[in-house]
Design a protein around this ligand. Structure first.
Ligand SMILES: [Zn+2]
Length: 161
């Protein structure tokens, strides 16, 4: 049995691209942009997050070696191989909760009706899309357009590569 659930993450600045992709999949993911490793570790412990990093020193921390904190040492410097490693290691589901988390600020998106977004999205989008989500923090509107489909396709490739 796993003691730590592998569904929430904190991504170190040296593997920052992982944050976006994990959010695309719907995983709650913090991006750590500081240089104080102890703060990142404290946050990970407090919020039960898995650390993703390329920093071997973090792997030698006692909380990690003793298994109190789960951390994954990312091997590749290529984002697609990094994602493949994370998906494989933790057996993540690419269709976990797609389209539920703001890619910019990690907030849970809220459903918006077509009428509510009428003046906020381009006319072409309004005519062709029926489902919308909004980030309560940055007010970005999301819809399942071509950009979203392209990201979903890339995610599927990460699983294979
Ligand atoms: Zn946002």
């Amino acid at each position: 049995m796993r003691l730590i659930e592998a569904s929430r993450f904190i991504v170190d600045h040296n593997v920052g691209k992982l944050a976006k992709w994990l959010r695309v999949m719907g995983y709650d993911t913090l991006f750590f942009n500081g240089s104080n490793d102890s703060r990142m570790i404290a946050t990970a412990l407090a919020e039960r997050r898995v650390i993703l990093t390329r920093d071997t020193q973090i792997m030698q921390r006692r909380v990690v070696t003793k298994g109190q904190l789960k951390a994954i040492l990312i091997k590749s410097d290529r984002p697609e191989l990094q994602m493949h490693q994370v998906i494989e290691t933790l057996n993540l589901d690419c269709q976990f909760r797609p389209f539920t988390i703001c890619l910019e600020c990690n907030q849970t998106l809220v459903v918006r009706s077509k009428e509510q977004v009428k003046d906020l999205v381009p006319p072409y989008v309004f005519q062709t899309q029926n489902q919308y989500m909004e980030c309560p923090t940055c007010q970005r509107i999301y819809w399942r357009g071509t950009h979203w489909q392209a990201m979903t396709e890339r995610l599927k490739q990460f699983m294979k590569s």
